[in-house]
Design a protein around this ligand. Structure first.
Ligand code: CMC
Length: 440
C-alpha cells in the first residue's frame, strides 16, 4: 500500500477503503482527496454513497490553481509565486494583470504591446452611453456597472466562442481596458456630470482619475502620489484565489457563458457587504462610532453578537491580512496629500482595542484589506458607493485569469454541487378543495 493514501474504515459496515491523496506544490499549498472517491462508501447497494457536507465551502478545494497562493495562517499572499509586498512596491497594475493572466512577468516588448492593446480598447461604444443614461439619476454605480457589464455581451456576440483562444484574449483585453471607463461613466452619471473620455497618454490609474474627476481643464493631470496609491490598491485587489466572486466567475463560466455575463455575475457577488461592500460598511461603522472614546462601547456591543466589526476577520486569513499592512502604509502617503481623515484616529483605536481583546484574538480576527481602504478612498474623493466599483476594476484581471485557467483545465466540469435532501418523504397531491380539511 502506498503511503500517499488514506485508509477509511466505515464503522457502519466494518469495510475499509484505500483512497489516494492529492498534493499541492508544498505542504501549506494543501492536500485533498477526491470527493467522488467517497461515493464507493455505502451501507447497502441502493445507498447513494457518502458525500462530504461543506456549506460555504469551508474545506473544499474546487480547483487546482497556479494563479494565487494564500497562506492564511502565516499571512502570505503571492501572485504566480511573487510576494504581494514586492509587487506592490515595484510593479504596476497592468504588469501585475499580465502576470496573473499569463503566468510570467512580461519582457519589455511584451509589456509595451500589452499596454498599447489595453489603451486601444479603453473607449466604449457610444450606445453604452445611451444605456447608462437610462439609469435613474441616483442609481448605485455598482448596480450600473453590473448592468452594463452584462449588456457588453450583446455588443460583442463573438465572445460566446469561449473555446477560441484568440476570441478569449480579445475579450480579456476589452474587459480590462473598459472596466475603468464603465466605472467612471457610472460615477459621472450618478453625479450628473458629463462623461470624460479616456486620455490615452495617461497611465491606467492616471486615466481612471482623469475620467472620474476632470472638470473644465483642458488636460487633467493626476497627482502622482494618488495615481501611485491607486496603482498599489489595484495590485492588492487584483486576485485572491477562490473567493466568493471568483467562485461565481468560475461557476458561471463552467456553464460556458460568455465572459461579460460571467464577469457581471462575479461583480454581483462582489457587491455584497460581506465581500466587496465591506469597505463602505467600515466607513459607515466608523461614522457611527463618531469618536475614539466611543470605541470601547462599540466593541462591547460587537462582543455580545449585536453586529460584526466590519473590516475584521477573513475566511482564509487567521493572521494579519498582508494587504492591510501595505494599505496602512499607502494611507500615510495619501494623507500627506489630502490631509488626515478624522476617521483614521477612530480606526486606529478600534484596531488597538480589538487586537488586545481575547474575543478577537481567540477567534483569530484581524484587520482585513477593507479596514483601511475605505478611509483612503474617501480621502481621495471617492463617495462610498464607488468602493465596490474600485474593487471590481482590478479584480477583473483575477477573475479572467481564473476563468481562463478553469476553461483550460481538463478536470473541470459544469459547477453543480450536491445536496443532502432533508425534506418530506413522498406525499400525495391534495386538490385545493380538500386542503383545509387535510390541515385540520
Ligand atoms: N466581528 C465580530 N465577530 C466576528 C467577525 C467580525 N468581523 N467575523 C467573524 N466573527 C466571529 C463570528 O461571529 C464567529 O464567532 P463564534 O465562533 O462565536 O460564532 C467566529 O468569529 C467565526 O466567524 P465566521 O462567521 O465563521 O467566519 P467566516 O469565515 O464565515 O466569515 C467573514 C468571514 C469575512 C465573512 C467575517 O469575518 C465577516 O463578516 N467580517 C466582516 C465583513 C468583512 O470585513 N468582510 C471583508 C472580507 S475581506 C474582503 C474580501 O475578500 O471580500
Amino acid at each position: 500500500m502506498g503511503s500517499d493514501t488514506l485508509t477509511i474504515t466505515d464503522n457502519r459496515t466494518g469495510k475499509s477503503y484505500v483512497i489516494p491523496v492529492l498534493y499541492g506544490t508544498y505542504a501549506a499549498a494543501g492536500a485533498a482527496i477526491w470527493a467522488t472517491d467517497l461515493r464507493q462508501i455505502k451501507v447497502s447497494e441502493d445507498d447513494f454513497g457518502l458525500m462530504s457536507y461543506d456549506p460555504g465551502f469551508m474545506n473544499t478545494a474546487a480547483a487546482r490553481s497556479r494563479v494565487t497562493f494564500v497562506d492564511g495562517e502565516r499571512g502570505i499572499l503571492r501572485y504566480r509565486g511573487y510576494p504581494i509586498e514586492q509587487l506592490a512596491e515595484q510593479s504596476t497594475y497592468l504588469e501585475t494583470a499580465y502576470l496573473l493572466l499569463y503566468g510570467e512577468l512580461p519582457l519589455r516588448e511584451q509589456l509595451k504591446e500589452w499596454t498599447e492593446e489595453i489603451i486601444h480598447h479603453t473607449m466604449l461604444h457610444e450606445s453604452i452611453k445611451k444605456f447608462l443614461d437610462g439609469f435613474h439619476y441616483d442609481a448605485h454605480p455598482m448596480g450600473m456597472l453590473i448592468g452594463t457589464l452584462g449588456a457588453l455581451s450583446t455588443f460583442y456576440p463573438e465572445a460566446r466562442h469561449i473555446h477560441d483562444l484568440v476570441v478569449r484574449r480579445k475579450q480579456t483585453i476589452r474587459l480590462i481596458a473598459k472596466m475603468p471607463t464603465l466605472a467612471a461613466f457610472a460615477y459621472r452619471h450618478s453625479r450628473g456630470l458629463p462623461y470624460a473620455y479616456p486620455d490615452n497618454d495617461l497611465s491606467y490609474t492616471g486615466n481612471f482619475l482623469n475620467m472620474l474627476f476632470k472638470t473644465t481643464e483642458l488636460r487633467y493631470t493626476p497627482h502622482p502620489v494618488l495615481e501611485r496609491a491607486l496603482n498599489v490598491l489595484f495590485i492588492l485587489h487584483a486576485d485572491h484565489e477562490q473567493n466568493c466572486s471568483t467562485s461565481a466567475m468560475r461557476g458561471i463560466g463552467s456553464a460556458h457563458a460568455d465572459p461579460y455575463s460571467a464577469l457581471a455575475g462575479a461583480a454581483a457577488a462582489l457587491y455584497g457587504p460581506l465581500h466587496g461592500g465591506a469597505s463602505g460598511e467600515v466607513l459607515r461603522m466608523l461614522g457611527e462610532i463618531g469618536a475614539p472614546n466611543r470605541v470601547p462601547g462599540y466593541v462591547a456591543r460587537v462582543k455580545t453578537g449585536e453586529f460584526k466589526l466590519m473590516g475584521f476577520g477573513h475566511r482564509v486569513y487567521k493572521n494579519y491580512d498582508p494587504r492591510a499592512r501595505i494599505i496602512k502604509k499607502v494611507a500615510e502617503e495619501v494623507f500627506g496629500v489630502t490631509g488626515i481623515s478624522p476617521l483614521l484616529e477612530i480606526a486606529l483605536e478600534l484596531e488597538r482595542l480589538a487586537l488586545a481583546d481575547d474575543y478577537f484574538t481567540s477567534r483569530q480576527l484581524y484587520p482585513n484589506v477593507d479596514f483601511y481602504s475605505g478611509i483612503i478612498y474617501q480621502a481621495m474623493g471617492f463617495p462610498v458607493e464607488m468602493f465596490p466599483v474600485l474593487f471590481a476594476i482590478p479584480r477583473t484581471a483575477g477573475w479572467l485569469a481564473q476563468w481562463e485557467e478553469m476553461l483550460q483545465d481538463p478536470e473541470q466540469k459544469i459547477s453543480r454541487p450536491r445536496q443532502i435532501y432533508d425534506g418530506d418523504d413522498l406525499r400525495e397531491y391534495a386538490p385545493l378543495s380538500r386542503r383545509g380539511a387535510q390541515a385540520a
